[in-house]
Design a protein around this ligand. Structure first.
Ligand SMILES: Cc1cc2nc3c(=O)[nH]c(=O)nc-3n(C[C@H](O)[C@H](O)[C@H](O)COP(=O)(O)O)c2cc1C
Length: 452
């Protein structure tokens, strides 16, 4: 039996440093060229050539300011700050590629579903069906203040809003236009059949939207839905809506538990659990020999800036580690921020961690990085797939674009030889994920149910 292909998304952000703390100081790092569209086009073409399924663009509003109670560290080290709009770089990359998908992050807490539905329909048209959205509820507390709120909206309420947000989008994407509404009938002077375009009437707890969708149906109608929550509310949301999930967990056991929980919940919601693809974060430092790979690891490690990583960790977990007794054990405290990050060293860890140990671990370079020859890395990736039941990886860069190019040039050919890289897709993004004939979202998905 042939082995299932390993799917790869590249995790990126439209910012100065990507997701890499301090490595911007390395002479090979080019991430600060993010305002040059050529920087993005070159990366998109390279990963398409390497058989990646998509380029994923995260997005955050504001500088993380939980660490020491100030955004100083995040600003000083350009930690996910500044942050440009991710969706605007997609059309240029799409024009320079043919099969690569693009995932753009959408905040369901701070954006409006009508405008988001329109933006994504437009992108799905321009990319010929290669768009996905990463649904986030924006845990970062500073985001609330840009939108006139003194306090962030509570964690579980944000998920309730996200649920209703998507149901508005589903109505606009799936229920508003008939497939044959566009007539372009010159003889009878009918461009669009008015009977084929239907107003939606949504009146919910958070949104009221009336009117027809202002975009004609795009190739996928509903773009592919990605999501990354691992809290109870987050998993429930994933199980109900997501087609691709970024599973979190520091250990194989934690990853497996999260996958099992989401698949179980999907069954409870009447969905086929196999309709959800699971990805985890992964990066690798590869070189022709182990000694060279190790040298490169040590070279990169010298640039790691612990304060940048701490600014990000504290901002996302909601814990100001600088304000806690370093010798106390970090225990789970419910915050309104990212509960998966809060669980990482507490409820989902392999042992108890003191605050001092967490600070050291977050600040350290190396956690989870695969280092070795192309064969070593390919072996480990295959083993992780087999041990966890994952469908693929969200590949992170360390020094951009060197980490990405090394991976595509060295590891991908090895995985291709092992039959682990799928042939390039010819249709929509959903078809490259789920197979030919799956351009539209599955009929059992709530998008199709709400719309019927
Ligand atoms: C791979 C990955 C990418 C993410 N990208 C973003 C992002 O771009 N913007 C954002 O606000 N949150 C992002 N998150 C955070 C999630 O959306 C979510 O808030 C987080 O996992 C916590 O969810 P929970 O509270 O349900 O545990 C990401 C998480 C992961 C694992």
């Amino acid at each position: 039996m042939s082995k299932k292909p390993i799917l790869f998304n590249l995790f990126e952000m439209n910012n100065r440093t990507g997701d890499s703390h301090g490595l911007w100081r390395h002479a090979d790092s080019k991430h600060h060229h993010y305002n040059d569209i050529g920087f993005w086009v070159e990366i998109a073409q390279k990963i398409e050539q390497g058989g990646f399924t998509s380029l994923f663009l995260g997005d955050f509003f504001g500088a993380a300011d939980v660490y020491r109670g100030t955004p100083e560290a995040a600003i000083r080290h350009a930690t996910q700050f500044p942050s440009n709009d991710p969706s605007l770089i997609i059309p240029s990359m799409a024009a320079a590629t043919t099969s690569l998908g693009f995932v753009t992050t959408i905040s369901t807490t701070y954006e409006h579903p009508f405008l988001v539905a329109r933006r994504l329909s437009t992108l799905d048209h321009l990319t010929r069906g290669r768009i996905a959205l990463n649904v986030v509820t924006s845990y970062i507390a500073s985001a609330a203040r840009y939108f006139g709120l003194d306090q962030p909206i509570e964690h579980d309420k944000r998920y309730a809003m996200a649920d209703e947000f998507l149901s508005v989008c589903y109505k606009l994407w799936e229920a508003s236009w008939d497939d044959d509404a566009i007539r372009f009938d010159v003889e009878n002077n009918i461009h669009i059949d008015p009977l084929g375009v239907h107003a939606i009437h949504h009146q919910g707890e958070f949104f009221k939207v009336n009117g027809p969708h202002v975009c004609e149906p795009s190739p996928q109608r509903t773009p592919v839905i990605f999501q990354a929550g691992s809290s109870k509310a987050g998993r429930d949301f994933a199980a109900r809506h997501a087609e691709c999930v970024f599973v979190q967990g520091r250990t194989v056991t934690a990853v497996k538990e999260n996958i099992a929980a989401i698949r179980q919940r999907a069954t409870d919601f009447g969905r086929n659990p196999a309709d959800i693809l699971m990805f985890s974060q992964q990066t690798a430092i590869v070189a022709p020999t182990r000694a060279e790979a190790q040298d490169r690891f040590e070279d990169y490690a010298r640039y790691r800036t612990a304060d940048s990583a701490l600014a990000q960790y504290c901002g996302s977990s909601g814990y100001d580690l600088a304000a806690l007794d370093p010798d106390s054990v970090l225990t789970f405290m419910r915050t309104e921020a990212n509960q998966s990050r809060a669980a990482q060293y507490t409820t989902q860890s392999d042992r108890a961690y003191t605050v001092r140990e967490v600070i050291a671990d977050v600040g350290r370079f190396g956690s989870g990085i695969l280092v070795g020859t192309p064969i070593d890395i390919a072996d480990r990736l295959e083993a992780i797939m087999d041990e966890t039941g994952l469908d693929g990886f969200n590949f992170n860069s360390i020094v951009t674009p060197a980490t990405i190019f090394d991976f595509v040039d060295q590891v991908i050919p090895e995985l291709r030889n092992r039959g682990r890289i799928a042939a390039p897709a010819t249709g929509t993004l959903r078809e490259s994920l789920f197979g030919a004939g799956h351009a539209r979202i599955d009929p059992t998905h709530p998008a199709r149910q709400t719309a019927s």
